[in-house]
Every structure is written in C-alpha cells, then in structure tokens.
Design a protein. Sequence first.
Length: 762
Amino acid sequence: MKTRPTIIIAAACVFLNHLASANQADDTTITITGHAPGATPFISMLTLNVSNTSVLKSVQFAIDPKAGSVTRPLSGTFSNQYLVERGFEHPPEVIVPVWGLYAGYQNIVRLTYSFMDGSSKQTVTSITTAAFDDQGCGYNTPTRLQPRNNSTQLSYDYFFDRSACGDYSPIILDTDGALRWVSPLPTLNALFAASTFTDNAVYKSQGSQLIRIELDGTVLTVQDYSNLGVVHFHHNIDSGKTGLLMEPDTTSYFESTIMEVDKDDGHVIKTFNMANIISAAMIAGGDDPSQFVYPTPTDWFHNNGATYNRADDSVIVSSRENFLICLDYNTGAIKWILGDPTKKWYSFQSLRRFAMGVAPGSLPPIGQHAPSITFDQGLMLFDNGMNSQFQMPPGAVRDYASPRKYSLDLVANVATEVWNYPANQSIHCPFCSSIYEDAPFNYLIDYAIVNGGGPPSVPTYAQFRGLDADGNTIFYYQYPTVGCNTAYNSLPIHLENAKFPTIGPLPLNLSTRGLVGTNDNALIGGFIISGTAPKTVVLRALGPSLSPFGVPNVLADPVLSVYDSAGNLIVRNDNWQSDPNHFIVESNGLAPDNLAESATAVSLAPGAYTAVVTGTNPTPGIALVELYDVEPLSNSTVQNISTRANVGTQDNVLISGFIIGDVGNATVVVRAIGPSLTSYGLTGVLSDPTLAVYDSSGNVIASNDNWQSDPNSFLVQKNGLAPQNPSESALVLRLPAGKYTVVVRGANDGTGIGLAEVYTIH
C-alpha cells in the first residue's frame, strides 16, 4: 500500500522568486517577426527580433494541448548559448525552432523569455500547420480501444515508436494518440534499420550509417561503418555504458554482434562478438561450437536487443532463438544465461553450467524482446511466447504474449517472476514488441503484431497500451499493420520540458530537512565533487520559508558555513543578499523567500566539502540545507551527497531530497547510517536506522531496514558501499530523471544522530 507523508513536500522544494529590482525583462524588447514551416508539418521556425541578446538567458516554448487532452503541454527550453552554437542567433535576429506541433491545426504557442538577472516575461502566438499524410499507416486515425482517460497519474505523456510504415520512420506520439513528430529523413528500408531516442534527439541507422536527427529537423551523419564490413543495422539501438549499443549485420556475422559506439562522433567503444564469446565458452567446456554457432547468413543467434546494467557493470543480450545472456562488460565473459531449458542450448554442458534456475511458479522467457533494467534492479522483457525458428529442438511455444519482470538472485542463481501482464492470455503476438518502465511501475507496452502468424483471413494489428503505477490501463490504441511495420520498439519519453543542451542522468540537487540544535546536533550536508574542473554550486539554508508548507518550529535565522576536507572555512553566509555572488543565486531562480535565510554561490575545485547549518541563537528548529549544481555541463560532477542530523519522530525525522538530471537514468546507492558513526567519535547515534525512498508524487518506491535483507545487497558490496553495521540500511536503485526523497527514521521510533547518503555509480 502506498503512503504519502505530508512532511515530504519540503524536502526538495525549489523556491522561485523574481525580485522587483530585476529589470532586464522590462528593458529588453522582443518582437515575433514571423515563422516559417520546418522540415515537416510538426516543425516551425519562429523568428524573433531581440533588442539585446546578451542579457537573454533562455527561450522556452510550450504548445497548448488540444481541448479535452490530459497530456501535459509539450515544451522545449533553449539556452541562449545553445541557440548561438547551433547558428540560430544573428543579433538582433533569433530563430526558435518549435517542434511537436499538431499537424493540420492552429497551434497556440506560449513563449517564455528568461534573463540573466532572474527576470522573465511571456508572450503568446499561433502557428497554423499543414496536414500530414500518414500514407495509410493509421497514425492519424487510431482505433481507441480505450481513449486516454483523465487520470494524471501516468508518469509519461509521449512515446517514441521506431515503426517501419511509410517513408517517415521513426515517429513520436502523445498519450492522446496524436502524432507529434516524424522523421524528415526518408526511410530507404525501415525493416533493415534501427533507431532510438536519447539526448533529446533521434538516432537512426541508414544502411551502414548512424544518423542523428535533431527534433528541429536537422540531420547529421554521425559515422559510416562500411569500412568495418557493416552492411546494415537491425532491431534495436539501446543505451550502453557510455554510448549506444547497436546491432550490425556484417559480411562475416549475421545478427550476432553488438557494438557500443559513441553518440557524438560514432567511434567504436566496445564490440561483443557473440559467435566468438559463445564459441570460446563451448570449447573451454569441452563442446564443439560448430554444432551451435553457424557462419553468416544463418540466423543461429538472432540478437534483437541489449541493455547495460551499471550496478554490476554487465551487458544483457537478448537472443530470440536461444536465451538471455549476461556478459561482464570489461572481459566479455559469460556471467549467466536465462532461457528455456528445452531448447538446444541447454543440451551443451558448456552452456548449461551458466544456466540460471527459475523459481517454482515462474516461467522462463521465450522469443523475448526488449530487455531492460527496472528501477529496483529487476529484469524486464517482452515474452512473445515463440520458440526457436532455426535451432533444434525448438523448445516450448506459447499461444499468448506477456511482458514479464524477474528478480534475479545472483547468489542463489535463481530468477523469480515478480510481475507479468498476460492480458488473460488473449493476445497472440509472436514477434517484435516491447515493454519499458518509465517511473517505477509505469509501463508502455507495444504489441507489434497481434494475431501475427495466423491465417491470412485474420487481420493483424499493432497496439499500444499504457499502464500507471496502480496497474490501470490509461490508454489503449490499435492500428492496422503488415508484419512489424507499424510498431516495433517503443519507448516512453519526456517532452514536457525538454532542455537544450540536455542534462544527463546526474545528481543535481541535495536538499535535506532536519532538526538544527547545537554542537553535534547541527544539520550537516556533505558532498563530493569529482572531475577535472571547478564547479559552481548554489548552497542554501532555509527556515522561515518552510512554514507555509505546514512545517512547525522552523529555524528562525539559519546560518550556512561551507568547509573543505581539511576543515577550512570557505564561505559563511547569514542573510543571502549579503553574499557577493547573490546575483548568481537570483539568476538561477534560487533566491530564498525570506531575507533572514542564507544562500551562497561558490566555485569549488574537485574534492570533499561540508555545509553546516546552525542558528543565530541556541533555540532549535527545523531547517533545510540545499545544494544545486548550476553548472551541470562542466567537466566535474557531484558524485556523492550525504546529510547528518538528529533523527527524531513525526516531523523531526531526517528527510533528504535529490534530483536526477533531466533525461536518462542514473544508478544510485542510497544508505541510512547510524551505529557506524560512533567510530567518528559521535555519541547518541541512531541505533537502527530505516530508510524509505519516495517519488515526486509521494509514493514509496523502495524501503529497507537492514541492508543485508535486500535482494540486491550483493550489488551494494560489489560497489564497495556495504554499511559497517548489519542494522544499517542500503538500497541499489536505477532511477529515471526526476525528484526523489529519502526519509530516515529509527526503527520502533528510535531517535539519535543519523546519516542519509546518495552515491552515484558511474
């Protein structure tokens, strides 16, 4: 059962305040002088005349949804520097690309101009677009088996569909079923192409080339791999450790090679040749690989997807013909295999020794697609139910398809099915398809070819279904299809506030609320900056601003002090307007509401730092200490954040909030420490800390009391973060971009000094 604590709201609040003294918005004249059609009807190029572009910080557009829509408005924010670098700015003219427009419609577009002093202003315009011919693919006229309902609980509002219908693949739809973007690059042969959405751009293969398509319609060839013998790419493009996992067919290997390539310049980072890896393992185990591994063009492996697991530095590869196989990223060594034991692979002892058992009541995956790692380190996939098409014996076959999620116990070597969606075993969908998780328990299911493989008289369909965290179907759309053309691999994506340049999956904010007392009972926030360059951060200490959120007994006049790892005082601030860099605080929208509160902007070299919040008098009170990374694109990152405070009961528990980037996923270890603090000379520590992690809606997504009881405790150990005491708490989570809160309490209402920590695994 989900709980929603009222105290959580203050943990990660951003207080926006445009001061009356900020006047750049008033002093700058901006006029919309026109707009021109873009590369497709979904794109328009808006032209502005700006009297002074040097004070312009960013431009945001937002498109009003159609009447009756529940979808959040599509919006994009361009930094002024980004517009300059992309060649969109020639003072006084500024071109703003507006994408995601409805085709054949008068779109209402709202523009927000933000300035360097923190001021802003808005204007509204309309853009009428041409109609779009979907070439009979049905995207303009879906059958709404269930229209998008009025629930606002679904975590995503847009999704990317690779597709292969028409000559404009891939596409983006919203959860109302409206088409919002198509590729401007004509597709030569979509069935022999792959694509994905990442870094707020579309990546698409065309023959031996990898191409990046900006949402504004700009097309860039990243790399051509013909010199490596690549003929074309097939199936998926998936996120790797640092780049993109791609699946080439070459002159020597057919559907059995995975390349990780850099998404910026396309250079090859890593190659996993499954023929060589499996052959080596079979030879080492005394088997003849020629009985299982075959030369091109035999489809002996049929790789159709891969995913990288940062928690244990591994790559999981889907072989539709055989199994899921996990490889050590660095060595390529096989770690485990999960699949149907009635298939041919299991007859070889050399491969069978890697087999993971399946718990009673669980089904092994067969004919699977789209492997991915869920927020709690589960393995998600779409089980199409189809047996092998080449290898003999072919194994089991099921006449229905079902998304499945497994919990993997790598110590006991057992996979347990913890969730599925068989839809009453009513959907026969033997090929393609996908399921992906967005926020915890929010899913997008792509049934690529319903009734596929049946008699010609039975029509085939593609279907999209969205599930919220309560398991409710929020939308369910159907389209005619031929083969896997209409929907192959579909991802939930976020275009509610896309930022350019994009900010990756990094911890950008620490905000911890706790009781501030005296001596050891101060509120202490620690953080580590890693990298090669200094980083500018804004630190705040808030007290009076918490009162409107129902927080009692706030600290009346907080004082913020920042120390380096040697204990040297770097900066101290009492009232935020006295800070010499208060203009940086203001320009980032971080000016505290109350003049008695503290804030400072400071550039810090890589290293460990501590922020201490005290009061100007001995009267204790609740305060909030916050860290904001206002230079997320620098060559340094905030790697570890931790906060120490006295943990009480009710409103006096320790509440720590953090934000994960704007796009992508980050893998973090969250800890609650108590008894270990005695080794640092502290007394009165929290003897048995517990932790719970909440999403931005106040839902509990994970909790832990004693860290060794968590199924993924071995991953905590693997990353060198095992707590010293068994009564302390720890979790490994793979979290999408968003706001999260960690609440540390004492078991059985215990009290004492506790420490909340968030580590990013790189």
